[in-house]
Design a protein around this ligand. Sequence first.
Ligand SMILES: Nc1ncnc2c1ncn2[C@@H]1O[C@H](COP(=O)(O)OP(=O)(O)O)[C@@H](O)[C@H]1O
Ligand SMILES: [Mg+2]
Length: 386
Amino acid sequence: MALPTNEQVTEALRAVIDPELRRSIVDLGMVRSIDVRESGKVEVVVSLTTPGCPIRSHFQQAVASNVAALDGVTEVGVGFDVLSDEEKGNLQQALGRPGGLPEGALAAVKNVICVASGKGGVGKSTMTANLAAALHADGHSAGALDADVYGYSIPRMLGVDRKPDVNGERKIIPPTAPAGIKVMSIGFFLERNAAVVWRGPMLHKAIQQFLEDVAWDELDYLLLDLPPGTGDVSMTLAQLLPQAKVLVVTTPQPAAQSVARRAAEMAAKVDLEVLGVIENMSGFTTPDGQRFTIFGEGGGQLLADDLDVPLLGKVPLSERLREGADSGVPLVLEEPDAPASQAIRQLARGIVAATPQALPVMQAESPAAPAPSAPLSGTELPVVSA
Ligand SMILES: Nc1ncnc2c1ncn2[C@@H]1O[C@H](COP(=O)(O)OP(=O)(O)O)[C@@H](O)[C@H]1O
Ligand SMILES: [Mg+2]
């Protein structure tokens, strides 16, 4: 069978998009070399902007699958090197941004963490809200994106009850919760208690807008409360944020493990790294110190062992944690020394230890001066053309 030409390989590589710069690696000049061997093996070297580029595995997979699809290719080797400073300068110029910045509102977000679970009701949103508050309290800027479009609850849990504004550049400004956290939720765009009936492409578009058209600006951590299970939203997020990490929340009964595992399998399928497991509702301790394992015991550890990731923490059942979630004041702030708060604060520190504090792939320019803002009306997002 005839071997592909370098031009054909280049054409195939046009489909490989840098998720941060949102352009093909061919257009970005990031394809360093292409070598087509007699044997049908094709070697491609991709130049990254930084050596520790978190999206390396995304490129690895995308290059391999696109090139392997060409006739005559028996094997694909993907190598990496780093752009020189001069090349980086050229790239920034080609992007028309001498200050150097990728497009998209997530340009200055250092870590994206998805909070996932196999089913609802395990405390995913409670963990998202309290972890964001704990991270902020420890001096890390944090945001919470309520991606659970069918069961949105982050605005209530963080006590935010106002619609976002839109600035002069048509960016949505996320309201800041009293806890200091920037919040975005589908709930802001719906009449009170209205049900979301969006599916498929609508949903994809809405999530994409929450990531790209919201002025998140600089954040150390953006926490995403994912819908339970492995649905459309998770796939969309994984495509848009290949560098995101995943936390899996489960309850302690060993039977819950197989359900929670599905969330981890979703992560594996789309090549996202699972950071660890959180066991929630992990026993109840009475005021006189008696402990009851109401939802069983050991499920978190079993799941963590099974996934070969750490069990990052066990959060006990706590009426005060539930009350705080209902009233919009995260317990970690109201009562930082309560056992549930301590467990969550410990978790937050585990997350900090496990995530790089490095800047994003390229440093963002400083946010534009706030333009006069107009409140959003109705249920319509300010839709951008595709
Ligand atoms: N550790 C806990 N102790 C007591 N109540 C909890 C705990 N974690 C969550 N809850 C409560 O359980 C319910 C479900 O939690 P939620 O965070 O909404 O779950 P999910 O987002 O996974 O559906 C909420 O009422 C919440 O306040
Ligand atoms: Mg929830």
